[in-house]
Design a protein around this ligand. Structure first.
Ligand code: 5GP
Ligand code: ZN
Length: 113
């Protein structure tokens, strides 16, 4: 685990976060700067820098992000939501530990800005 990775630190419990779901593979926690009434992140516990770094052996856990994200969204009271993965700075990625945003509770525009 890279010692400078913010989400690895949250996973390790070194930085506090409002956890919504946790098991041996994944963690879901509220985004610190929510962009919608419901906005949380789902991350694999394994450090993977971003979507382009997902290896074949990671396919199962990346699929699990979607299953758990949907389950937590329901727990949060939303049936409709947007899922976002940013890859690279130009796309808006600021934390280089792959994460799935789940946003909902308001209407969304398309295309995104
Ligand atoms: P990105 O821009 O890389 O796709 O998303 C990173 C997300 O992490 C942002 O939405 C940002 O608000 C969130 N974030 C950054 N630092 C923290 C933190 O310390 N705690 C939590 N819970 N979220 C964070
Ligand atoms: Zn990490």
């Amino acid at each position: 685990m890279p010692t400078d990775c913010l989400f690895c630190k949250i996973i390790a419990g070194d930085i506090p976060a409002e956890k919504l779901y946790e098991d041996e593979d994944v963690l879901a926690f509220r985004d610190i700067a929510p962009q919608a009434p419901v906005h949380f992140l789902v991350v694999p516990k394994k450090h993977i820098s971003g979507p382009t770094d997902v290896a074949e052996e990671d396919e199962k856990v990346i699929g699990k992000l979607m299953r758990i994200g949907s389950k937590v969204a329901q727990q949060e009271g939303i049936e409709q939501f947007r899922i976002v993965f940013n890859n690279g700075e130009q796309a808006g990625q600021t934390v280089f530990h792959v994460h799935m945003h789940v946003l909902g509770g308001r209407s969304m525009q398309w295309p995104p800005g």
